[in-house]
Design a protein around this ligand. Structure first.
Ligand SMILES: Cc1cc2nc3c(=O)[nH]c(=O)nc-3n(C[C@H](O)[C@H](O)[C@H](O)COP(=O)(O)O)c2cc1C
Length: 268
């Protein structure tokens, strides 16, 4: 554990200070501090998404083997049913058990600290602008109608493809929803869960031949400002740029490269 915590060793300190030990588990904060499970905006224009459905001709395994980051998007419009499937796959409610709403991704304590925002440039007839995914309504709430493509490129360190994407998904962590229960260890769970959400979105894209690229290089507070967040209680964690592409799938390795050491064969 570093003696003095600074920018150079904060990761190491974080890892150390958020460990569970047999003689110390982080405390459970009082119930009053509990955050609502859903963030919902009032008085905004809402666009209902089509039902996602679960039928698809591409198998999960085909989607995984063909998954590739793609940064060349055409001007072809993305359809609302694409958005519906991507959002539902990454955050949608899939079951209600004993009053609890469960989703397409797991979550520590089913607290679901991830929120989804979208910068839409070219999806169906939707106005260009900033949206928030209303999970319970499976709908998009329009927060600001404006063209954010240049702002996105600038906030993401000049990565031009963000300006050409039909949609950029912006996932945030609402840390308080998790730290209420897990204290500082809740940050770990929030980051882990964001990864689950992003990967489900990527696989959903791939299964529909929608190109995507995750983006982690951005100026956090410039995006937090765009989203109207303070960056402490809730902050940007990851982005996925999506659109149609002419780039065909890269060749895949059809056989696993044999290991040089002798290996035991498992039965099927
Ligand atoms: C957490 C994370 C952050 C990433 N950030 C960026 C990024 O800012 N810009 C970019 O072009 N690609 C980014 N990528 C995509 C990686 O460059 C890409 O996954 C890697 O080169 C492997 O290629 P593949 O995804 O096609 O297998 C990111 C990927 C991950 C998982």
């Amino acid at each position: 554990m570093p003696e003095k915590i600074n920018r150079e060793n904060i990761g190491q300190a974080f890892q150390e200070l958020t460990k569970f030990h047999r003689n110390f588990m982080s405390s459970h904060i009082a119930d009053e501090a509990r955050e609502p499970l859903y963030k919902e905006y009032q008085g905004v224009q809402q666009f209902a998404l089509p039902s996602p459905g679960t039928k698809n001709s591409t198998s999960t395994f085909e989607a995984i083997v063909h998954r590739r980051s793609t940064r060349d998007f055409t001007k072809e419009v993305l359809k609302p049913h694409h958005l519906s499937k991507i959002l539902w796959s990454s955050q949608g409610i899939t079951a209600k058990i004993k009053g609890a709403e469960l989703r397409s991704v797991g979550s520590a304590g089913a607290l679901h600290p991830i929120e989804t925002y979208l910068v839409i440039n070219n999806v169906g007839d939707l106005p260009v602008g900033l949206y928030h995914y209303n999970i319970r309504a499976h709908a998009l709430d329009l927060l600001i109608q404006d063209d954010f493509s240049i702002g996105m490129v600038n906030a993401c360190m000049g990565q031009e493809f963000l300006g050409q994407a039909a949609v950029n998904f912006l996932w945030t962590g609402l840390f308080k929803r998790n730290t209420w229960r897990y204290s500082q260890r809740g940050y770990r769970y929030t980051y882990l869960e964001c990864g689950h959400v992003v990967q489900n979105a990527i696989i959903a894209c791939q299964a529909m031949d929608v190109a995507s690229c995750e983006v982690g290089a951005f100026f956090d507070d410039e995006l937090n400002l765009l989203l109207g967040l303070d960056g402490h209680e809730e902050s940007i964690l990851s982005i996925l740029s999506c659109g149609m592409s002419e780039i065909s799938n890269t060749p895949i390795i059809s056989e696993i490269i044999p290991a040089k050491t002798k290996i035991e064969k498992l039965s099927e």
